[in-house]
Design a protein around this ligand. Structure first.
Ligand code: FAM
Length: 434
């Protein structure tokens, strides 16, 4: 398998680089931590090193050093599509190299071969009440798949050379990611299409198979899936879902246990659920006016909302200080494929007016849109109108990043995480002693 060989060829260099940093500069102080940061969600405190992706405040995410426009330009595409093969993106994340067409297609083939789901997974899901949130089903399904973990089995039977763990983690990562489209699509079908079960087709790529299995056959929607799954695949190593899965994995929990944990974090309303709020807000504006408002009408509406200290969904970011390039990439898609869509026009009108109002208000650190300001708009246009499902789409993509982080953590032999907690009294005494 090419991806495994490519990773293997890079191991010595990366292991040596990490070991040298710890050996030569182990006592170098990276940061101080303030009381405010401890009580404020450890905001901004560097807690780990990960080379899969990095969010630059002024530029947005870079995957293995490549910006979003570069990734969209450089990655190989399918014959029938205009956006990259997700298999190529996975190759880039895993190896750090832009794949050739053949290398990208190799991953797609690996995924096809590994895509079958054991029967018990949907038996578990079908036993759940109908009103179960699709993210709960998604996380449960990943947990149910843990029965298939190659690492868990090998560890039980005694692979004790730490330097070899990563190979089993890579196998588990490929197996889990291969099953995600059929898993997510059939959760959609279970929830919203009377429980029909659709199998993947051998001649389709990972993303277009997902589109096919949820019954969306427009070629544009397959391209939107490719774009969406590439854009959401990673957002460096310290956000809630990435850190949750990294933490669980540090106890040598396998890929399934770790990714299920990551998905439980993503299911929180402050993380992955935000995208549905944004679409709901845009629809509320359209309903308020009975149509897309004129510019002057929207300006008054937004001024009034900010006057009442309302939070505008889809705007602001904890790290970014510019328009999220993932927003821009999806806006360009919409401009090309659905320029007349009413909700898209409304989203762009908000984009035109709101940043300067937020700047005038002077509170928000980033007055520009994040990716959630447009995600739902595009899905809604293509008839994926079940808001609850949007976070599963996000999760399906994000596991590409999570599995890469976990595999590389094992490659680099990262230890179990064990930060320290203090009591309030100890903290007060520390301050008094200063
Ligand atoms: N509309 C109005 N006011 C906002 C705002 C917005 N979109 N975003 C931040 N503010 C306010 C915020 O309430 C705070 O006010 P107070 O000082 O009165 O408490 C002030 O601006 C400073 O906040 P900040 O430091 O700029 O933002 P944070 O880093 O604390 O929070 C976000 C970042 C993303 C949680 C925040 O901007 C927000 O709630 N945005 C709307 C929800 C959203 O779009 N979430 C999706 C985030 C996305 F990137 C993701 O993770 N999926």
């Amino acid at each position: 398998m090419n991806v495994k060989d490519r990773i293997r060829s890079k191991l010595p260099e990366w292991r040596e680089r990490t070991a040298r940093l710890v050996h030569d500069h182990g006592s170098f102080k990276v940061a101080d931590v303030t009381v405010e940061q401890i009580f404020g969600g450890i905001r901004g405190v560097p807690i780990q090193v990960s080379d899969i992706s990095y969010v630059d405040p002024m530029e947005g995410i870079r995957f293995r050093g490549y910006s979003i426009p570069e990734v969209l330009k450089l990655l190989p595409r399918p014959e029938t599509g205009q956006y990259p093969l997700v298999g190529g993106l996975y190759y880039l994340l895993m190896t750090g190299e832009v794949p050739t067409q053949e290398e990208a297609e190799d991953i797609e083939v690996e995924w096809k071969v590994r895509s079958n789901l054991p029967d018990h997974v949907f038996q578990v899901l079908k036993a759940m009440p109908r009103y179960t949130h699709p993210m709960t089903l998604f996380s449960q399904a990943i947990l149910a798949l843990q029965t298939e973990s190659i690492f868990a089995r090998r560890y039980y039977y005694g692979i004790h050379n730490k330097a070899d763990y990563w190979e089993a983690f890579l196998q588990d990562s490929l197996n889990l990611t291969a099953k995600l489209p059929v898993l997510a699509a059939n959760i959609y079908n279970l929830k919203y299409r009377d429980g029909i079960y659709v199998n993947p087709e051998p001649n389709r790529d990972w993303a277009s198979n997902f589109a096919h299995m949820i019954g969306k056959e427009e070629p544009d929607y397959a391209d939107l899936c490719r774009l969406f799954f590439v854009l959401h695949s990673d957002h460096e190593g310290a956000n809630v879902s990435a850190h949750a899965s990294h933490l669980v994995g540090s106890a040598l929990a396998d890929v399934y246990l770790s990714c299920s944990a990551g998905m439980n974090g993503l299911a929180g309303p402050l993380h992955g659920l935000a995208n549905q709020e944004c679409l709901r807000w845009l629809l509320k504006i359209r309903e308020h006016f009975g149509r897309v408002p004129r510019r002057d009408e929207l300006q008054v509406y937004l001024e009034s909302a900010l006057g009442k200290n309302e939070i505008i969904p889809g705007y602001g970011h904890a790290v970014l200080r510019v328009t999220d390039p993932r927003f821009t990439a999806q806006a360009e898609f919409a401009q090309r494929f659905m320029p007349e869509d009413e909700i898209f026009r409304l989203a762009m009108l908000v984009f035109d007016i709101l940043p300067s109002l937020l700047i005038q208000q002077g509170k928000v650190k980033n007055p520009y849109p994040n990716v959630d300001a447009i995600n739902g708009t595009l899905q809604y246009h293509y008839g994926v109108k079940e808001f609850d499902f949007y976070t599963v789409l996000f999760g399906l993509s994000r596991i590409l990043g999570l599995t890469t982080h976990i595999t590389w953590s094992r490659i680099l032999g990262k230890p179990i995480e064990r930060p320290k907690s203090l009591t309030t009294k100890i903290l007060e005494e520390m301050i008094d002693r200063e």
